[in-house]
Design a protein around this ligand. Structure first.
Ligand code: GCU
Length: 338
């Protein structure tokens, strides 16, 4: 059972406008002498992203109990991530967990992670996203962006799932797949011979149900947490993307913190990262077991067939955005290190 989409949108709009009124200039307002801090994400409360933010809240509130009151808004209650990123820039929301794909339209550096088959193993991906040098390289435009990444959360491997089985690249032909925002995803789907339909995460269930799209692509948790496994019964391990979810902080908020408080918030971000990673792999195993009970079939394919189809995109994307090159080379070095 899904809550009516219009109802959710109305709530999100109401909450977002209340926030726009109360939180200007970087802080979330105050209550009982404490500064309010709002953290937003689009997952359910058992998701590793939420568990990460709970660790963050616990850490800050234990170190600075009289100063900050942190509220976590799950389920995109403040709006879709693309919209909340605007609130982050304005400073009315202080933290957001957002996929790099949604940051791409603000800063092209983040399109790195949309490059299909950038990583050759999940361990190389995990090592790369938790390397402080990666975060530093992604932060170079943070002053103009209005936000800065402070922690990386794994979001596993993105694979196709659809109403009809995808057993080879040919099965994608002519099909419409929901992708996350961004031109790289559109180019990727074209290279696969399919059509891309970018839309917000929260819209995917009804688009699948109404057959506006034939399928989507995500990690296994989307099948269960978002109930996509109710309406798509074939999940194919083609392994085309690994995009992290980043915890981004509003510059309008963190730039005003005292050095002592800033240290606590930065340490809290590391606690969040640790807690999210610790929860991830079990969450995937649980999602697979639950999706199997829902009747989803997990299909393994010749990954090289899929990879070879889109590999020419790497050079094209690097030619179009040469500033990606140093990060791309660092990702390749992470692949070599395994
Ligand atoms: C994953 C990811 C989210 C993202 C979503 C999507 O669930 O963790 O950050 O928004 O995919 O496909 O939109």
């Amino acid at each position: 059972m899904r809550i009516n989409k219009f109802f959710c949108t109305a709530i999100a709009a109401a909450v977002a406008s209340a926030i726009a009124l109360t939180g200007c200039g970087g802080d979330g307002g105050s209550s009982g002498g404490k500064q309010l801090v709002r953290m937003s994400h689009s997952q359910i409360e058992s998701h590793p992203d939420h568990i990460g933010l709970e660790a963050f809240k616990k850490y800050v509130e234990s170190k600075l109990p009289d100063k900050y009151d942190i509220t976590i808004y799950p389920n995109a209650t403040l709006g879709a991530n693309e919209k909340v990123l605007e609130l982050i820039k304005q400073g009315s929301v202080q933290y957001l967990v957002v996929s790099t794909a949604n940051i791409e339209s603000f800063d092209k550096l983040y399109s790195l992670f949309s490059i299909p088959y950038l990583f050759t193993s999940e361990s190389a991906f995990e090592k790369f996203i938790t390397d402080p040098k990666t975060m530093e390289a992604l932060s170079v435009n943070s002053k103009t962006n209005g936000f800065v990444p402070v922690a990386s959360f794994t979001a596993g491997v993105r694979n196709f799932y659809s109403k009809t089985p995808i057993r080879s690249v040919a099965d994608l032909s002519g099909k419409k797949f929901r992708v996350q925002a961004g031109p790289t995803n559109v180019a990727m789907m074209q290279a696969f011979g399919a059509a891309a339909t970018p839309m917000s995460f929260g819209e995917v269930y009804s688009a699948l149900q109404q057959s506006v799209i034939d399928g989507a692509e995500n990690n296994e948790l989307a099948l269960t947490d978002q109930k996509h496994g109710e309406v798509t019964k074939y999940y194919t391990y083609d392994m085309h993307q690994m995009c992290p979810d980043l915890l981004v902080a509003s510059n309008a908020f963190i730039d005003k913190l005292s050095p002592e408080d800033r240290k606590v918030f930065d340490e809290a971000a590391k606690e969040a990262e640790k807690a999210e990673f610790a929860a991830w792999h079990k969450a995937v195993d649980d999602a697979k077991a639950k999706a199997t009970q829902m009747g989803v079939e997990f299909i393994t394919v010749d990954v090289n067939e899929f990879r070879n189809k889109v590999l020419p995109l790497h050079q094209q994307l690097l030619d179009a955005t040469p500033e990606l090159k140093p990060l791309y080379e660092a990702a390749e070095a992470a692949n070599q290190a395994g």
